[in-house]
Design a protein. Structure first.
Length: 428
């Protein structure tokens, strides 16, 4: 914690982190007439929304790419603002009878009592052909093997229940925003007071409010506010990058430590011309990365092809053991071989390791086998009337997604407004 005495800046509410959750929360609080300050460690806004415009003729997403599901909470906001959306690659088109079959499977209480992994659940039904096929359909296209191994079946089945209740299936409708997620970030941040390059290191609750110690490019900074919303990623919380005084309640710390996040390595290759000859936009290969997709499949001009390589968990970490140039060259060679074009190397190659990113430290959150079913609610629970929690990991529905993060910010903002009314009532 910095020991100098930096100048102090005061606001009604501080939001830590300017991703989808932080911007959503700040927007609602500012619209309610509060003086809100967003503190962001990076030199850009958006967090895991990271669009590059310098790599290809179209925007290239190094983080989130798709707006999942027709009922995405962000969709009406973006439609009202005139954003163009394009129906994108569906990671999964469920078969005709999928929903009723899944409904009756869930009704027949397939949700395991004990907390096993999704992989173990799939194995348990391996000899029951219809059930095995159903589970393959529910999880096969959506998750990498490591996710199946490290995700709680109870949580995964609960999510399927929520999806059915909402009359949608996660992999069914994926939309793209041709202008790039970066333009959405700009839209959400419009008129907000956001400070970039502000790495928050310490959050203290004192009589009457919150004191935040941060580090900016010119040294330590101090901020005061009546309430604060933490929206930093789970990996950052798990790593203890932000210290709290007094220490967080044991239940909150336990929730942070009980959840998990898997590394994701996303590679992007840009080729001159149309080099994709497959019927499907997604291909699996060996060696790593094992998944590739044609990111400009859906309607972009074909004078160039943007291809994404995707590696999760152990696979990502294995690839990152090599120097970046070697790893990228190896992946490019594997891709060129898959395309049958060893003579046609990519024009541009880049990657982002979200596990190595110090302001993410992972990709998105998972509930591992053994964790309590309400773990995300525990992570979301306010800490008294002063500290509130948002971010994809706290979202009870659509966690891991931009839509879930956005909804979590709205929920946390509503909690702040409630707490402020309570405090005013108590004081009068
Ligand atoms: C590779 C990848 C692909 C994805 N694909 C999709 C997809 O196609 N569709 C989809 O819906 N979702 C996708 N997601 C998930 C989606 O990106 C996230 O769920 C969502 O963007 C998270 O928003 P957030 O606000 O919770 O967190 P973030 O966007 O991570 O925002 C948190 C912010 O806190 C900041 N921060 C961290 N530490 C500090 C600190 N000490 N002080 C101040 N600020 C700090 C960070 O810099 C960051 O800006 C993907 C994620 C990844 C990594």
């Amino acid at each position: 914690m910095p020991n100098a005495h930096p100048p102090t800046t005061s606001s009604d509410v501080i939001v830590v982190g300017a991703g989808a959750a932080g911007l959503s929360a700040a927007r609602r609080l500012a619209d309610a007439g509060l003086d809100v300050r967003v503190l962001e460690a990076r030199d850009r806004l958006g967090g895991r929304l990271h669009t590059r415009h310098d790599l290809a003729g179209v925007p290239v997403e190094l983080g989130a790419e798709f707006m999942h599901t027709a009922a995405n909470p962000l969709r009406p906001v973006l439609r009202a603002a005139g954003f163009e959306e394009r129906r994108g690659v569906s990671s999964h088109l469920p078969s005709e009878s999928f929903r009723p079959r899944l409904e009756s499977f869930l009704a027949a209480s397939c949700t395991p009592e004990e907390s096993i992994s999704v992989e173990a659940l799939v194995q348990r039904h391996a000899t029951d052909a219809p059930a095995a096929q159903l589970l393959e359909e529910a999880f096969g296209a959506q998750r990498g093997r490591e996710e199946l191994r490290r995700t709680s079946a109870t949580d995964a089945m609960h999510e399927l229940e929520l999806e059915l209740a909402d009359d949608e299936f996660m992999g069914e409708h994926n939309f793209r925003l041709p202008a790039g997620w970066g333009t959405v970030v700009d839209h959400l941040a419009q008129g907000l007071h956001c400070e970039t390059g502000r790495r928050v290191e310490h959050i203290g609750i004192e009589a009457g409010g919150i004191v935040v110690e941060a580090v900016g490019e010119n040294g330590p900074l101090q901020y005061r506010a009546e309430q604060l919303i933490v929206t930093v990623p789970l990996g950052v919380l798990k790593n203890g990058d932000i210290q709290f005084t007094p220490a967080l309640p044991a239940e909150k710390s336990a929730a942070i430590q009980a959840m998990t996040t898997l590394d994701i390595l996303k590679l992007v290759f840009v080729f001159d011309g149309d080099v994709w000859t497959f019927d499907s936009p997604v291909q699996q290969t060996r060696p790593s990365p094992s998944t590739w997709w044609h990111s400009t499949w859906d309607g972009a001009p074909r004078d160039e092809t943007v291809i994404v390589g995707w590696a999760v968990g152990d696979e990502a970490r294995r690839m990152l053991q090599e120097p970046p140039e070697v790893m990228t060259a190896r992946a490019a060679a594997s891709l060129s071989a898959m395309l049958g074009r060893p003579d046609h190397p990519p024009r541009t190659a880049t990657f982002h390791s979200w596990g190595a990113d110090p302001f993410t430290r992972g990709s998105y959150s998972h509930v591992p086998p053994g964790a309590p079913r309400d773990i995300r609610d525990r992570l979301a629970m306010p800490t008294g009337d002063r500290i509130f929690w948002a971010g994809e990991a706290t979202a009870a529905f659509r966690s891991r997604t931009v839509g879930g993060a956005y909804a979590s910010g709205a929920r946390a903002a509503a909690e702040v407004l409630d707490a402020r009314s309570r405090l005013v009532e108590a004081a009068s």
